[in-house]
Write a protein that binds this ligand. Structure first.
Ligand code: FAD
Length: 833
C-alpha cells in the first residue's frame, strides 16, 4: 500500500508515524510545502521571548531522522496543488524551481492545517505586519526584536513598540514574550474581554494581571488600518486611537486550509472545514483528513466545530492512520480543552462555555468557587477562580474554566477527564485526588466545586448570579454577611451589612416572605447564612455564586461610599488624617508576610499589625491575593495611612504603607540635640557626576530616615539624574535633539567624576555597590521619592537644554530659583553638590 500525506507537522507527522508502526510494508510519502516538518508550533512564541533559547529544540524531527527511524520518504518544499481522485494521484509542485509531477496513492491523508487570518485592511501588506504560524514567521519576528534589543544596548534606543492584534491564546503568549524582551506592548482585542473562549468572569482576573505587568490592553476595538510613516507604522484603531508601532503581529484566528479538498470536490462542513466521519474519513473512501483543517463534533454540544488545537490534531492523525491500515478506531469528539500561561497566571477551560450553552439553548447551571491552589499555609499559593457548568437536573458536567496561579492545569485536566467520561457533579464530590500541602487541599478545589454544585441540585442551596445584578436583587433585602470592615472597603450598592455572627439575632424581626439575596467574599459565609435563614422559615433566599470576587469581575463598582451602619474602623480615629501622613517616616519598617491568605485575611493581618505601630512607621506587606491591588489602596485611604508603593510580586503584590498620624519624634534627632534647625534639608544638585549625585542621595535618604524633610533642586548637569531612560517620542528642535543625545539620559547613565576610564571605572563602582548590597542610584532616587523628598527640576535649565517635563521621571516638580530659595530659607542645612 502507498500512503501519501499532505502536510508534515502535527496531524501529518502523526499519520505517517502511526502508519509505519502498523504497516512495515507500506510505502509512506510525506509532502510538505514548507522547509520544516514536525516542528513545535506551540513553542514559537517562547523562542521569540528567548525562554526557549535553542531554536533547534523546536524542530522535533527532520526529514533525515524520519527516514532513518521510520523509513518514511519526507519531502519538504513540495506543495500539493491538486488531487485527481479518479486517477488517485496528487499533483505536486516543487516550491523552489516550480517543477511539477504526479504522485500516486492508495490512501491519501490531508493534513494541511490552517492559515492565519489577515483581514483586508489598508496597509496590511506593510512588512512590519506579521503573523505567527511557522518557523519562518517566528524567525522574522525574532529578527526585529533582536535588532531592537541590540540597538537599545549599543546606543540606548527606545524600546521596541509592538502591537499584538488579538487577545486569544497565541496573542497573549506573544505579548508576554515580547514584553519579556523589553518591548512596549499594546494588545488590541475586538471582543469586550481578553481570551474570548473563556467566560467573562474568568478572563477579567487575567486581564488585570496582564495590565499589572505593563501591557496596554485595548478591548472592544480592532485594527482598522496601517499607515506607514518614516518613524513608525501607525496602527489606526476602530475607536480612532492611533498606536505607533515598530512591529505588529496579527493573532486574530485561523481559517482551515481547504483549497485542495474543495478543488477535489470533497464535502465541507458548516464552518468551512473538511467534513469527516468518526474514522477521519472524508466523502472519498480513499481520502482521510485530520488536524486544523477538519470539523469534528463538540463533545458537549454535539454539533460540528473547528478546533485548532495540537492534541486533537495528533489524535486525529493517529485515528486516520489506524483506519487507513485496516483498524476500526474512532475519534468521537473534541471538547476544546486548552490552557495558557500569561505571565504568572494560568487560565483555561474545557467543554462548553456559558455563552455557547446559551446560544445552543442547553439548560445549565453554573457554580463559582475561589479556593487556593494549595494549602494556604504552605508558601506559593493564591486564590483561583474556578467555574463549573453542569446540567441542572442530572448534574452531568458541561464545561469548566479556571484561572489563577498554581494548580490550574491540574484542575482543568481532572475536570476535562471527568467531562470526557460523562461524570456528574456528584462524582466530583467523591473524587479522591492527590494531596499534600504543596500540591492541594484535603478538600480539593474540584471537590469544592462538586459540593457547591451538588448542593444546588439537592436543594440545599439556591444561587443568584453577578451578571443578573441589579435585576436579581430588585424588591429583595440584599444582605452582605461579611465583616463590617470588609463592607466598609467595598460593597455591592444597595447592600445592608449584617455580619454572619449577628444574622441569627437580626433576622428575628424580618418579614420571612420578603426575598433575601445574600453575598459574602467567595460564597462560603453566605452559604452558612442561607442555611440559617432557610431553616428559620425564610421562603425566598438565594446566595451570590462566587461572592464579591465574582461580582467584581462583572461590575466595575467604585470603593464603597462611607458606611451608614456602625463599623469598627481599622485605624483609631486619631489616625484618620491623610494630611499628616505626608512626608515623614519614622525609619521603622516592619515586614509582614500575608502570602497564601485569601481576602480578607491580608487586610485583617495588616490592620492588626498597623495598630501596634507608631505614626510614621512603615509596613512592607507581601500579599498573594491579586484583589489586594484594589483593597490595599482603599483600606489605606479610608484609614488615613499612606500607600507608598505597590509592586507586582509573584501572584500578588508587595506593598509599603506608612501609618498615619503625627510622626513620632525622630529617634536620632532627639538623641543628638546638636542637630539644630527646623529638621529640613535643601540640596542644590548641580553636578551630573555619578559619585557626587550618589553622595547627595545617600545624605538625603539618611535625612528622610531620621524623620527630616528633604528638598532637592536639580539644575544644569544635575538635571540629567531625573531624565527618563525611555521618554515618549516628541518632535524636538535640532539643538535640543543634539543636547538630548549627548547628555546622560537618566540616573543609570551618569559616570564617575574621576577614574571613569571610558566607562570601566563606572562599571566597576556599580559592581562593587551591587556586591555590597548598596542600592543603585535609580533605587536611591526612588527611595528618596517614596520617603517624601521633593525633587524639583530647574525650569531654566530645562529651557536651556531642551528638556520637557515628559522627559523627566514621574513625581518631579518644576520650579525656579524662587522655589529653591523658599525651601532653603526654611532649611537647617543647605548643600550645593
Ligand atoms: P499544521 O501544524 O499547521 O501543519 C500543516 C502543514 O501542512 C504545514 O506545515 C503546511 O505548510 C502544510 N501544508 C499546507 N498545505 C499544503 C500543501 N498544499 N502541500 C504541502 N503541504 C501543505 N495548540 C495547542 O493545543 N496548544 C498550544 O499551546 C498551541 N500553541 C500554538 C502556538 C502557535 C504560535 C501556533 C501557530 C499554534 C498553536 N497551537 C496550539 C495550535 C497547534 O499548533 C495546531 O492546532 C496544530 O499544529 C495543527 O496541526 P495540523 O497538522 O493540522 O496543522
Amino acid at each position: 500500500m502507498k500512503i501519501v500525506v499532505v502536510g508534515g507537522v502535527a496531524a501529518g507527522a502523526s499519520v505517517a508515524a502511526r502508519a509505519r508502526r502498523l504497516d512495515e510494508d507500506a510505502e509512506i510519502v510525506v509532502l510538505e510545502r514548507g522547509h520544516h516538518v514536525s516542528f513545535a508550533n506551540c513553542g514559537l512564541p517562547y523562542h521569540v521571548g528567548e525562554v526557549i533559547t535553542d531554536r533547534s529544540r523546536l524542530l522535533l524531527q527532520t526529514p533525515d531522522s524520519l527516514r532513518e527511524m521510520l523509513d518514511i520518504d519526507v519531502r519538504t518544499g513540495q506543495e500539493v496543488v491538486a488531487i485527481d481522485r479518479d486517477a488517485r494521484t496528487v499533483r505536486v509542485r516543487e516550491v523552489d524551481g516550480g517543477r511539477e509531477y504526479d504522485e500516486p496513492y492508495d490512501a491519501l491523508a490531508l493534513c494541511p492545517g490552517a492559515d492565519p487570518v489577515r483581514p483586508p485592511l489598508a496597509g496590511i501588506d506593510d512588512p512590519r505586519v506579521h503573523v505567527l504560524r511557522r518557523i519562518g514567521d517566528m524567525d522574522r519576528i525574532k529578527a526585529v526584536v533582536d535588532e531592537a534589543c541590540a540597538h537599545r544596548k549599543a546606543d540606548g534606543r527606545a524600546p521596541l513598540r509592538a502591537v499584538v492584534v488579538g487577545a486569544g491564546y497565541i496573542g497573549l503568549e506573544l505579548a508576554e514574550n515580547l514584553h519579556h524582551r523589553g518591548a512596549r506592548v499594546h494588545v488590541v482585542e475586538l471582543a469586550g474581554q481578553i481570551l474570548p473562549p473563556l467566560d467573562h468572569e474568568i478572563a477579567v482576573p487575567v486581564e488585570q494581571h496582564l495590565r499589572s505587568r505593563g501591557i496596554d490592553v485595548r478591548l472592544s476595538t480592532a485594527a482598522a488600518a496601517f499607515e506607514p510613516t518614516p518613524e513608525a507604522l501607525r496602527v489606526e484603531l476602530q475607536d480612532s486611537t492611533v498606536l505607533e508601532a515598530d512591529l505588529v503581529v496579527l493573532a486574530v484566528g485561523v481559517r482551515p486550509s481547504v483549497e485542495l479538498a474543495r478543488g477535489a470536490g470533497l464535502e465541507l462542513g458548516p464552518h468551512g472545514g473538511v467534513l469527516v466521519d468518526t474514522h477521519m474519513g472524508t466523502s472519498d473512501p480513499h481520502i482521510w483528513a485530520a488536524g486544523d483543517a477538519v470539523e469534528t463534533p463538540h463533545t458537549v454540544l454535539g454539533d460540528l466545530r473547528l478546533a485548532p488545537l495540537a492534541g486533537p490534531a495528533n489524535r486525529q492523525g493517529r485515528v486516520a492512520a489506524d483506519n487507513m491500515c485496516g483498524r476500526d478506531s474512532e475519534y468521537r469528539s473534541t471538547q476544546g480543552t486548552s490552557v495558557v500561561k500569561v505571565f504568572d497566571m494560568v487560565a483555561g477551560g474545557t467543554g462548553a462555555n456559558e455563552r455557547q450553552l446559551v446560544a445552543a439553548g442547553v439548560a445549565y447551571r453554573a457554580v463559582h468557587v475561589h479556593p487556593s491552589g494549595h494549602a494556604g499555609y504552605y508558601p506559593g499559593t493564591a486564590t483561583m477562580h474556578l467555574k463549573v457548568l453542569f446540567d441542572p437536573e442530572s448534574g452531568r458536567l458541561l464545561g469548566a474554566q479556571a484561572c489563577g496561579f498554581d494548580g490550574i492545569d491540574k484542575r482543568l485536566d481532572v475536570l476535562a477527564t471527568a467531562l470526557r467520561l460523562g461524570a456528574t457533579v456528584f462524582d466530583l464530590e467523591e473524587l479522591e485526588l492527590a494531596y499534600a500541602p504543596p500540591f492541594g487541599a484535603a478538600k480539593d478545589p474540584v471537590n469544592m466545586a462538586g459540593f457547591v454544585a451538588a448542593n444546588t441540585i439537592r436543594g440545599d442551596l439556591r444561587l443568584w448570579y453577578a451578571q443578573d445584578y441589579p435585576q436579581a436583587v430588585e424588591g429583595a433585602r440584599l444582605l452582605d454577611v461579611r465583616t463590617a470592615e470588609e463592607f466598609d472597603l467595598w460593597h455591592v450598592p444597595g447592600a445592608q451589612n449584617v455580619p454572619l455572627g449577628e444574622l441569627r439575632a437580626a433576622c428575628e424581626t424580618w418579614d420571612r416572605d420578603q426575598p433575601v439575596r445574600l453575598y459574602c467574599a467567595v460564597g462560603f459565609r453566605s452559604y452558612l447564612a442561607y442555611r440559617a435563614l432557610v431553616q428559620r422559615g425564610f421562603t425566598d433566599v438565594a446566595t451570590l455564586s462566587g461572592g464579591s470576587q465574582t461580582f467584581r469581575a462583572w461590575h466595575d463598582v467604585e470603593p464603597a461610599e462611607p458606611s451608614t451602619v456602625p463599623t469598627t474602623p481599622y485605624g483609631e480615629a486619631a489616625e484618620v488624617h491623610a494630611a499628616v501622613v505626608a512626608h515623614r517616616g519614622s525609619g521603622v519598617t516592619v515586614e509582614l508576610d500575608c502570602a497564601g491568605l485569601a481576602c480578607p485575611g491580608p487586610l485583617m493581618k495588616l490592620a492588626s499589625t498597623v495598630k501596634g505601630l507608631a505614626p510614621g512607621d512603615e509596613v512592607r506587606v507581601h500579599v498573594s491575593d491579586p484583589g489586594f491591588a484594589n483593597d490595599g489602596p482603599a483600606w489605606a485611604a479610608r484609614n488615613g495611612h499612606a500607600l507608598l508603593a505597590m509592586d507586582p510580586e509573584g501572584p500578588g503584590y508587595v506593598a509599603r504603607f506608612r501609618k498615619g498620624g503625627a510622626a513620632a519624634p525622630a529617634p536620632v534627632a532627639t538623641a543628638a540635640p546638636a542637630q539644630a534647625g527646623p529638621g529640613k534639608n535643601s540640596f542644590v544638585v548641580f553636578s551630573g557626576d555619578l559619585d557626587k549625585v550618589l553622595a547627595a542621595f545617600i545624605i538625603a535618604n539618611g535625612a528622610l530616615a531620621m524623620g527630616e524633610e528633604v528638598s532637592m533642586f536639580f539644575t544644569f548637569w544635575g538635571l540629567n539624574t531625573l531624565r527618563r531612560s525611555d521618554p515618549p517620542q516628541r518632535d524636538k528642535p535640532l539643538m535640543d535633539a543634539m543636547f538630548g543625545r549627548m547628555m546622560p539620559q537618566g540616573a543609570d547613565q551618569l559616570t564617575l567624576s574621576q577614574m571613569n576610564m571610558f566607562g570601566a571605572g563606572t562599571a566597576m563602582i556599580k559592581k562593587v555597590m551591587k556586591d555590597n548590597a548598596v542600592p543603585s542610584l535609580p533605587e536611591l532616587v526612588a527611595s528618596a521619592q517614596a520617603g517624601g523628598a521633593r525633587l524639583i527640576a530647574c525650569t531654566m535649565t530645562m529651557d536651556l537644554l531642551g528638556i520637557a517635563s515628559s522627559d523627566l521621571i514621574d513625581g518631579v516638580e518644576l520650579g525656579g530659583v524662587a522655589t529653591f530659595l523658599g525651601e532653603a530659607a526654611q532649611s537647617g542645612t543647605t548643600l550645593f553638590i
